[in-house]
Design a protein around this ligand. Structure first.
Ligand SMILES: [Zn+2]
Length: 281
């Protein structure tokens, strides 16, 4: 599936299910804890999170805490979580990426590495396949380090996908500076560095920029002021070159950004360009 949906998988496609040995398996119970009937093991096949999950799945840098379903610790879905841990079977972890249409990023394989009944959650990590029988059933330290590292990478990737989706949507897929509307040439750029790799990203710390304006922005060759006017660096303004420099960059100097999100709250935070501008000058 990931091969077909390089970016993220639409929920609609997940809901159509897949075929195992000629039998249709549905992902009907999304979101939540899921085991298809054809699976003999009493273990979850997949778990899913949403930003609005009532179960309040906590974010950690190098692992996830996935909350039990409400009700008894021994409730059916909660038993499936524990089953996946006891049998050491890999699970698919669907991470919410965007809504309208809803999409997920599928992380596989993931492992439930610890049950925490007191906190009503399990610890989940991403990682390579390892065969418990071969390692004597023990999860050794290297596996743990490897999984923490893999999980951290996955979390950053999921965050970036969410950020890109949210920013490009806010700009209806246009470059803020030149209005170019070609998703293949658009990036979601950060105004100030991306320190927060958790939760739902702030669109107001981002801008949709085409590749050339993104590079120019990151290289301090152009910027925007708090009134969203474009400023081109003195060095480029003094330079003379072909049409890309003249029309693609210099012509925008002093002009208004050509595309801003309709929602004011999605527009670049005015303090952020201000701070940048002082460095720019
Ligand atoms: Zn552009």
């Amino acid at each position: 599936m990931e091969r077909t949906y390089r970016d993220s998988i639409p929920a609609q496609v997940l809901n159509q299910g897949f075929e195992v040995n000629g039998q249709k398996v549905l992902f009907k119970s999304q979101p939540g804890i899921f085991k298809p009937a054809v699976l003999q093991d009493q273990a979850a096949l997949s778990i899913t999170t949403l930003p609005t999950s009532p179960y309040n799945d906590q974010e950690r840098e190098d692992e996830w805490l996935y909350s039990y379903r409400s009700g008894s610790i021994d409730q059916h879905d909660n038993r499936l979580l524990r089953g996946a841990m006891q049998l050491q079977v890999p699970i698919i972890f669907f991470h919410w990426v965007s809504d309208n249409p809803r999409t997920y990023e599928a992380i596989w394989p993931c492992w439930i590495v610890e049950d925490r009944p007191q906190e009503r959650c399990v610890r989940v990590q991403a990682g390579r396949h390892f065969v418990p029988e071969l390692s004597g059933g023990e999860v050794d330290l290297d596996d743990e380090i490897e999984r923490r590292y893999a999980t951290r990478e996955v979390k950053v990737r999921v965050h970036q996908r969410r950020f890109r989706k949210a920013v490009l949507r806010a700009y209806s897929e246009h470059c803020l500076i030149c209005r170019l509307r070609e998703p293949g040439l658009l990036d979601a750029s950060h105004i100030v560095g991306d320190a927060d790799a958790k939760g739902v990203p702030a669109v107001s710390n981002g801008m949709a920029l085409c590749a050339i304006h993104h590079r120019a922005f990151d290289g301090m060759l152009l910027t925007i002021d708090p009134d969203y006017k474009v400023r081109v660096s003195a060095r480029l303004l003094d330079d003379e070159d072909g049409p890309m420099l003249e029309h693609g960059i210099k012509d925008f100097h002093g002009k208004d950004a050509m595309y801003l999100p309709r929602r004011t709250s999605d527009r670049p935070d005015r303090d952020a360009p201000e701070e940048r501008l002082s460095r720019f000058e």
